[in-house]
Design a protein. Structure first.
Length: 240
């Protein structure tokens, strides 16, 4: 009886001594060989500071020494928890959060109505033949009075203007078109797309034909742009 009491006291003393230092694999093996139950060993693993080695060879050595899977699992869990809770080294600079990848603007969800023309405040103008985009930019600034702004970055735009332009060249075309006003020398078609360039919000075309004072009237892409922007302005003003 005295021997048994002495053995229990020695075990308790050993546990108390271990509590003063970080537990190791050898500490666990000693407790197991001393006959402590898994419940006691696991509770000790969870409660005491520790520095376990949990590599493949270490786990095999623990198993060979009689440590149960339950205790080994508790040791691994304890080390994982300690690693995740470890503070960053002094002077360490946190890694910046990764920037969101640039991508196309969001498109309306299926069934969601397309944006109204009145909601378009900023447009990006794509490059067009015969510098029609440059004339459109100038006419928007002149006719829209700040109602519509041209931006240089497509990602900042509410809508995208794209289009095509055709011009008839040659002396015959110049005479019958510009001077006699029998046809357009220059024509243009533009479309206003939503931000994602998935839907056409508005489209129209115009030419530079002038029936009166043909020779005195300006023509070409400048006239086409003037008429196209006037139509766009009217469409925006009449939009719901």
């Amino acid at each position: 009886m005295r021997f048994r009491t002495a053995a229990v006291l020695s075990i308790i003393c050993a546990v108390l001594a271990l509590a003063q230092t970080a537990l190791t694999n050898d500490s666990i093996i000693k407790m197991v060989k001393a006959g402590l139950s898994d419940d006691i060993v696991v509770s000790t693993v969870k409660a005491q500071p520790a520095h376990y080695s949990t590599g493949p060879d270490d786990l095999i050595a623990l198993k060979s020494a009689g440590v149960s899977d339950r205790v080994i699992a508790a040791m691994i869990e304890r080390m994982n928890a300690a690693a995740s809770a470890a503070p960053a080294p002094a002077g360490a600079i946190p890694a910046p959060a990764p920037a969101a990848a640039a991508g196309p603007p969001a498109t309306p969800a299926p069934g969601q109505p397309l944006p109204s023309l009145r909601s378009i405040k900023k447009v990006y103008i794509e490059k067009m033949p015969n510098d029609l985009d440059q004339y459109l930019r100038a006419e928007i600034g002149k006719q829209m009075g700040g109602r519509l702004t041209v931006v240089l970055d497509k990602n900042d735009a509410d809508g995208i203007l794209t289009g095509i332009d055709e011009e008839k060249k040659g002396t015959g075309a110049e005479i019958t078109g510009r001077y006699l006003g029998l046809h357009d020398n220059a024509t243009g078609t533009i479309s206003l797309l939503d931000r994602a360039e998935k839907n056409i919000l508005w489209t129209n075309e115009a030419g530079d034909r002038s029936l009166l004072f043909g020779a005195m009237k300006r023509g070409g892409q400048r006239k086409v742009a003037d008429r196209l922007v006037a139509k766009l302005k009217k469409a925006i003003e009449s939009a719901p």
